[in-house]
Design a binder for this molecule. Structure first.
Ligand code: FDA
Length: 399
């Protein structure tokens, strides 16, 4: 064979991330000759850094309502056909174990490197070829065959699976290739935005939040019609932590975020009770029984109250309004930290142009989009990997 002759396969997968490797492994094991192309030097880097290195690989509460998409029904079929238990069964075959941390989130006991090894072993089992460090320069389609031009020559196949992810963390090699290919073949793109991402603030809020950077507090955070009860973290740039990351996926620029600190706690009632039992206690120490010291001080400063003032000297109306400022705290982010730190990209390839059973393009037979590049964005907590596995399995089933 001459060097210029294209290498031909049954299927080419673009992107050796969670979705691409898993799809290629399954197609290979179904007897297809598969090549996986990726420009990165190492496969599945996002799996490696996920879940603080322990890979929160799925969530037991997986259901379509934990995903954001213009078509809330689209993910149902794939998620129903490849479940969290299917993935844990595969892990068991590879001797991997897991534990549930909280809210249905499953983490790998052997750390994320073991999940990557499992994906690569599965790819090997199907004799799939992995070609890293491969720059993709063009994709064309003629006579039922896709031609992928790369820095290492051309690859052809009647089936092309695009699994190059979203725009989050560009320094790890994220690119908009999937959206470019989708547009090229007549697909619409639902406008993309950074999701599962911290908020940034300007002015007094920025200064206040930065001054207590590192402090965490349980909150209910609500925006864009959704609300989440989890921890919130004050940062040098604004607000982060699970409750904030979750609500960021629903937030629209310019919108206020409603915060309820210590949801489920009757703050006013507690302050009044303390006033009755220990009237000489200061406002600061009364609040410190509920919040971290630095947060308690900030809360009082923002309310214009002296930390050394005695509870005895506070009217019930004052305590009520102090409590109300904490249970109906409205903050207006200046924006988000953007794709630089976002865990995922919301929006993407419009599901209207894809089959929900097979992820195949309705415009071009043989073309598939899976994983994060599709307009299906999971909540925090393992949902995005479950979508990667499920959409990959759906596309592979068609092989
Ligand atoms: P993914 O991004 O994994 O893979 C895409 C692949 O395509 C990459 O290998 C990339 O190099 C390649 N590629 C991109 N552009 C290319 C181009 N132009 N040419 C060739 N190759 C190209 N989710 C979860 O469920 N649980 C978790 O614990 C976490 N934790 C987490 C932490 C952090 C810090 C981040 C950033 C993200 C998470 N996520 C997560 C989200 C999760 O990592 C993400 O949703 C999946 O990795 C998406 O899988 P994909 O395979 O679709 O894309």
């Amino acid at each position: 064979m001459s060097a210029a002759e294209p290498l031909s396969y049954d299927a080419i997968v673009l992107g050796a991330g969670a979705a691409g490797l898993f799809c290629a492994a399954r197609m290979g094991q179904a007897g297809q000759r598969v090549a996986v192309l990726d420009h990165a030097a190492k496969p599945a880097e996002k799996v490696r850094i996920s879940g603080g290195g322990r890979c929160n690989f799925t969530n037991l509460e997986t259901a379509a309502n934990r995903f954001i998409s213009q078509n809330p029904h689209f993910a149902k079929s794939a998620l129903a056909r490849y479940t969290p238990w299917d993935f844990t069964s595969l892990m068991a075959v590879h001797g991997l174990t897991w534990h549930e941390k909280t809210l249905g989130q499953l983490f790998c006991d052997q750390k994320s490197g073991a999940i990557i090894k499992m994906l690569l072993d599965e790819l090997d089992k199907g004799q799939g070829e992995l070609r890293l460090g491969t720059q993709i320069t063009a994709v064309t389609h003629a006579d039922g065959v896709f031609i992928v031009e790369t820095g290492a020559g051309a690859f052809t196949a009647p089936k092309l699976v695009v699994a190059t992810g979203g725009l989050s963390i560009p320094k790890m090699g994220a690119s908009g290739l999937a959206y470019d290919i989708a547009r090229q073949f007549g697909h619409d793109i639902v406008p993309t935005r950074a999701a599962l991402v911290p908020f940034v603030f300007t002015g007094a809020d920025h200064e206040d939040f930065a001054s207590i950077s590192g402090v965490a507090c349980d909150v209910r955070a609500a925006a864009g019609g959704a609300a989440f009860e989890e921890a919130m973290l004050f940062t040098h740039r604004g607000l982060s932590g699970p409750a904030i990351l979750q609500v960021s996926s629903y937030w629209q620029p310019g919108e206020a975020v409603q915060l309820t600190l210590l949801p489920g706690t009757d703050i006013a009632g507690q302050l009044k009770e303390t006033k009755q039992g220990r009237p000489m206690q200061t406002l600061a120490s009364a609040l410190e029984s509920l919040f971290a010291k630095r947060l308690a001080e900030l809360v009082l400063r923002r309310a214009g109250l002296s930390p050394t003032a005695r509870l005895a000297d506070q009217s019930h109306a004052t305590l009520d309004s102090l409590a109300a400022s904490l249970t109906a705290w409205q903050v207006r982010p200046a924006g988000t930290e953007g794709y630089r730190t976002a865990e995922v990209t919301a929006g993407g390839v419009d599901t209207d142009g894809l089959s929900s059973r097979t992820m195949e393009s309705r415009h071009v037979p043989g073309l598939h989009f899976i994983g994060e590049c599709v307009d299906v964005t999971g909540w925090l907590g393992g949902y995005n990997f479950q979508w990667a596995w499920a959409s990959a399995a759906a596309a592979a089933e068609r092989a």
